[in-house]
Design a protein around this ligand. Structure first.
Ligand code: SAH
Length: 461
């Protein structure tokens, strides 16, 4: 380690910034965030610095730097573009044992400023010891995207309970166990979903009867159409903290790779017309697992509320008093059309879009064909491969042109993404003559033609 990471308290302490340009302005703002009393010595100042002085947020002394300026300072930043001046400030500070940072000159610094992820009171500092600041920034961007904003609130909440928890548990192990549970369980999730008041009550209850067995939680998570990059941050976070994952056939292998390594995996796969675990069984399993205190992730393809029976699953949870959260996912219509270069709406060709199930109940598709067989509309059929002949016939019987463009998307957004384009009249032939792999989505509408110009995604195979 080239530097010792420490966090320094500069609240209401005099700190000096030499220089008044944009970079100095940024450093001043950082010092202000840590509540420093900032003075700035500079011959010229940028607007930002001048404004801070006008508001009396900092003191600006417009003059050339003099050695006596460092007197009584606890920390100094030199941010001028005059190397000799920076070196002079650095020497003086070092002689006076005052920590000094010279922007972009690690050799002149006694401390360096890290990249920061600010979830105050949680603050993460990242440094590459001046060797690869861009890499440090990339790492920071990664952390920014994986650490929810609400971690700050969680830490605040924990802070307000600290004394109580200490008083309740004499033993450090017990305290640690209590906090681990709080930070990875229902309390944390409530804070993340904005229910801070409820979280506070829960934490209090947990503390009051910390031996009782607790209720777990269910996360109904949309896993998107296949490409793992299409997961939301929230989906990923919950997938990585759940103790048990219930998944089905539509969740891609690549997405499954991202669940917590040691989670228990339960396949409740649904083949068409051949449900390996009947829906009631899944609903009950979710309730039972949560009642054992487990964090259960019900991972579904696409969006759980779009032809996903998500509603049915959480109804049972609600009836049984099991807490749950729902995370939307990119639905197949959106993923498949986008990855096929087909905009679902377009000002010239389609002003509305309908998502329709093609699943045959009792062999008939009970659909409002008159409403569907219209121009200037896009129809996306889910689960319609087997009924494609029927839908082609019905749409034409209700007045849709036989040459209406149609796209059939196989395994959309995955490495095996494949698109067949045809017309409404020829759709049944295509399905009869080609080998087509499920899952497939059928898109009907003029917008399909745009693919010729707008296709951008090349699958690997
Ligand atoms: N909840 C899911 C849909 C479940 S219904 C969602 O929002 O996407 C299952 C149907 O979705 C499949 O029969 C198929 O029509 C469609 N589907 C799901 N993933 C798909 C994919 N990667 N490519 C093509 N179609 C897909």
């Amino acid at each position: 380690m080239n530097y010792l990471p420490i966090f320094i308290n500069i609240t209401q302490k005099p700190c000096l910034v030499v220089g008044g340009g944009d970079i100095a302005y940024r450093k001043i703002n950082l010092l202000l965030k840590a509540n420093a009393q900032v003075s700035c010595v500079a011959q010229a100042c940028c607007n930002g610095v001048t404004q801070l002085a006008k508001n009396n947020t900092i003191t600006v002394i417009e003059k050339a730097f003099e050695p006596s300026d460092i007197k009584s300072q606890v920390l100094i930043v030199s941010a001028t573009n005059d190397r000799a001046l920076n070196a002079q400030v650095s020497d003086l500070a070092k002689n006076a044992n005052i920590p000094v940072n010279v922007v972009d000159s690690p050799d002149l610094c006694t401390f360096i400023m890290p990249s920061i992820v600010d979830r105050s009171p949680i603050v993460i500092a990242i440094s590459s010891a001046g060797k690869a600041p861009v890499l440090a920034r990339l790492i920071r961007a990664k952390l920014e995207s994986t650490i929810p904003n609400a971690y700050g609130k969680l830490a605040e909440l924990a802070g307000s309970f600290r004394a109580q928890v200490k008083a309740k548990f004499n033993n450090i192990e017990d305290r640690r166990y209590f906090w681990e549970k709080a930070f990875s369980g229902v309390v944390a999730e409530k804070v993340f979903s904005g229910k801070t008041d409820e979280a506070e009550l829960d934490l209090q209850t947990q503390l009051d009867k910390s031996t009782d067995s607790e209720m777990g939680e269910v996360y109904l998570v949309g896993g998107g159409p296949g490409d793992p990059d299409l997961l939301t941050f929230k989906a990923l976070r919950l997938m990585q903290q759940a103790d048990v994952i219930l998944y089905d056939r539509l969740v891609s292998d690549e997405v499954m790779e991202l669940v917590r390594r040691d989670a228990e995996l339960i396949y409740v796969g649904k083949e068409r017309d051949n449900h390996s675990v009947p829906q009631d069984g899944i609903n009950q399993l979710l309730v039972d697992l949560a009642k054992q205190g487990r964090r259960v992730c019900r991972l579904k393809g696409g969006d759980p509320f779009i032809f996903g029976r998500g509603g049915e699953e959480i109804e049972t949870l609600a009836e049984n008093g099991v807490p749950f959260q729902v995370v939307p996912g990119i639905t197949a219509a959106s993923g498949c059309s986008t990855y096929s270069g087909i905009p679902l709406t377009h000002r010239d060709y389609s002003q509305s879009c309908r998502f329709v199930t093609g699943h045959l109940k009792d062999g008939t598709m009970n659909l409002p064909w008159d409403e569907l067989a219209v121009e200037q509309q896009t129809i996306v059929f889910y689960m319609a491969l087997k009924s494609s002949k029927h839908l082609s016939e019905q749409l034409q019987a209700h007045g849709m042109r036989g040459d209406m463009p149609v796209a059939l998307v196989e395994k959309g957004t995955t490495p095996e993404h494949k698109v067949h384009t045809t017309t409404l009249a020829k759709l049944p032939d295509l399905v009869a003559n080609e080998t087509i792999h499920a899952p497939t989505l059928i898109i009907v509408g003029e917008v399909v033609k745009l693919r010729e110009k707008l296709n951008w995604f090349d699958a690997e195979s």
